[in-house]
Structure formats: structure tokens, C-alpha cells
Design a protein around this ligand. Structure first.
Ligand code: ADP
Length: 342
């Protein structure tokens, strides 16, 4: 019994000072009111005894609660629980139970997020290595063939050099896109938002694409919006968005037109890049914004694609609090659009 008492008192020891203070005050009051010592002494003794029993009861309760909490923490550490509802404490600890459940949920979500990031990082690295290997191997192959005699073969030497040159171009595109995407994703690419004249900004980019379009005999048309329409955004980054959308529109169109529209709405201006190209199958529409996702890998590489263009577009447009919409029909064409605040 004494062992139990002293073990329990260990847990209620933190209240000892308060109990001693209370007992002293009570005993002092009794002493002042009752002068007969043979009554006061046993009373004081009884008060002390009750205090001890009281402390022991509190200690017992605390020790049970603490071991309950310890057990829960141990189970969390050992990944014993699969869901927060499995964490249960006795009724007196219900508010703590709620807090622990919330902490458990948060920790679980954080761990899952970190695992996902780690998986994405590994996949990204694997993709980058694969993407780099393809042009490097091709260039290496052409150079080796040329060195081992093909250089003197008038029928193939120029073609091989041209092919090697096209792969260096792909390599260069890939490195540029990788630099952009890593700057965006690391948060290094700071946005600088202000109002700018959307018609002027788009006209300049469209003009730059005229040689590329006329080389493929595609008509490139620009339909400006309301005169002097000012939209809110980072002009430089949005330029990259339009460059990527126009590059794709021209790359994936064999004949017909590529058009850029500016539409004026009450609160937003809408920018549309529309082509009459090969289109995108419905099943692929959700995935084309993923890094390195291409509908047709061979075709994308052939036209100098990196598989990163639309991922960059998505990041930048989302940083403007907007979303890229896409409509497409295989064989008929595609339409990419997004809104900007007025
Ligand atoms: P890529 O460098 O391969 O063009 P993107 O990220 O820009 O990579 O685009 C991803 C894929 O989406 C492309 O490989 C292509 O299959 C498809 N795509 C993008 N834009 C168009 C378009 N205007 N018309 C048809 N397909 C497109």
C-alpha cells in the first residue's frame, strides 16, 4: 500500500506546494479559532492524511492518463494506426484526443506529400537523363559513322551532318526548357505583375513567328481585342507562354491557319491560340501539361519538341491565378486559351 502511495505521489508531486500551502492556511485558521490543543492536533493530522490520500488519488489518475498518452505516441511512432479514428483516449482526455488525431492527420499528409515529391524528383531525373541521352547518342552515332569513312561519301555526309545538327538543336531546346522549368519550380522565377497593353505585346510575338509559319505555308493571323486593352500580368513570362503555344501550334499543323485572338470580357481578357493542326486525342488532353508527356514522342522530337513546353505554360498561367483551357479534335485542330485579369 505504501509502495502504491509513494508511486502515485510521484505523479502528483507537482501539486505538493499548493496542497502544503492550503493545509498550512487551514491548520492556522483552526489554531486561531480553537485553542484546545487535544482537538487541534488530531484535526491537523487528519487534514494532512486526507491531503496525502487526495494527492495519491490525483497521482493515480495522472499516471493512468500519462501511460495512455505514452502508449498512443509509441503507436504513432511505430506506424501502428492506419487512420485517425483509431486513436482513442479516455473521456477526460477527449480534447487532447482531437488534437492528437489532427496532428496525426497532418503528419500523415506531410509524409505522403514528401514521398510524392521524392517520387517526382526521381522520375524527373530519370526523364532528364533519358531525354539528354537521346540526342547525345544520335550525335555521337553520326560523328562516329562520318569518322569511320562516311565523311568521304558524298551521298550521305551532308545528310548525317544535318541530322547531327538537328539533334544539337533539340539538345539546346531541352537545356533552355530545363532551365526555365527549374527556375519556375524552385521559385527563382519571380513574377512582376503590372498592367500592360495585351494587343501590342501579342502583335510583337506573332510577328516573330511569321518566318516559321510562312516556311510551312501556314497563315498566321492575329485578331487583336479592344484598342488599348490593358491586362494584368507579367509581360515577360506571358511572352514565354505565347511563344510556347505558338511554337506548338505551328509545329503540329501541316496546313491551314494558326490564329491568335484577344477577347474582351467584363472582368477578364481572354487569349486564344487556335490551329487547324493534327489535334490531340481526348485521352491525352489531361496529360499534355505533365512534364515530358507527348502524344507522339517521335513526332515531337522530329519537330524539336522537348515535352516541357506546356508544363512551363501551365506553371506561368497558374501563377497568374488562371488556368489553361484546351479544346481539341484529332485531325481538325486545337485551341488553347487562358484568361487574364483586367
Ligand atoms: P513538345 O515539346 O513535345 O511539343 P509540349 O509540352 O509543348 O511538348 O506539348 C506536349 C504534347 O502535347 C506534344 O508533344 C504534343 O503531342 C501535344 N501538343 C501540344 N500542343 C499541340 C497542338 N497545338 N496540336 C497538337 N498537339 C499538341
Amino acid at each position: 500500500m505504501w509502495n502504491d502511495l509513494s508511486a502515485n505521489l510521484k505523479y502528483s508531486g507537482i501539486y505538493l506546494k499548493e496542497i502544503i500551502l492550503l493545509d498550512s492556511v487551514v491548520i492556522l485558521i483552526i489554531l486561531l479559532l480553537e485553542e484546545r490543543i487535544y482537538i487541534t492536533l488530531p484535526l491537523a493530522f487528519l487534514i494532512l492524511l486526507f491531503s496525502l490520500i487526495f494527492l495519491s488519488l490525483i497521482g493515480k489518475k495522472r499516471s493512468t492518463e500519462l501511460s495512455e498518452i505514452k502508449e498512443i505516441i509509441k503507436h504513432i511512432r511505430e506506424n501502428y494506426y492506419s487512420g485517425p479514428e483509431e486513436i482513442n483516449l479516455s473521456t477526460g482526455l477527449s480534447s487532447l484526443q482531437e488534437e492528437i488525431r489532427r496532428m496525426f492527420e497532418k503528419a500523415k499528409a506531410d509524409i505522403e506529400y514528401l514521398k510524392k515529391l521524392e517520387k517526382m524528383r526521381t522520375e524527373f531525373l530519370a526523364n532528364v537523363s533519358h531525354e539528354l541521352r537521346t540526342p547525345i547518342f544520335a550525335i555521337q552515332g553520326y560523328i562516329e559513322t562520318l569518322l569511320s569513312g562516311a565523311i568521304n561519301d558524298e551521298k550521305v555526309n551532308k545528310t548525317f551532318l544535318e541530322k547531327a545538327d538537328r539533334h544539337t538543336l533539340n539538345l539546346n531546346n531541352l537545356l533552355n526548357d530545363l532551365i526555365d522549368i527549374s527556375r519556375i519550380e524552385s521559385g527563382e522565377m519571380r513574377m512582376s505583375f503590372r498592367y500592360f497593353n495585351i494587343n501590342e505585346a501579342l502583335r510583337t510575338v506573332v510577328q516573330e513567328f511569321e518566318p516559321m509559319a510562312s516556311e510551312k505555308k501556314i497563315s498566321l493571323l492575329f485578331h487583336p481585342g479592344k484598342e488599348n486593352l490593358q491586362l494584368w500580368g507579367d509581360k515577360q513570362r506571358l511572352r514565354l507562354v505565347i511563344v510556347n503555344l505558338l511554337t506548338n501550334a505551328i509545329k503540329y499543323t501541316e496546313e491551314g491557319t494558326v490564329e491568335v485572338f484577344v477577347e474582351d470580357g467584363p472582368k477578364y481578357g481572354k487569349i486564344i491560340v487556335k490551329d487547324t493542326g493534327i489535334g490531340i486525342p481526348a485521352d491525352d488532353l489531361d496529360r499534355i501539361f505533365e512534364r515530358f508527356y507527348r502524344v507522339d514522342k517521335g513526332r515531337s522530337r522530329l519537330v524539336g519538341g522537348t515535352g516541357l513546353g506546356l508544363a512551363i505554360v501551365k506553371h506561368i498561367v497558374e501563377a497568374h491565378g488562371s488556368k489553361v483551357e484546351v479544346k481539341s479534335e484529332p485531325g481538325k485542330g486545337s485551341e488553347f486559351s487562358f484568361k487574364l485579369r483586367k
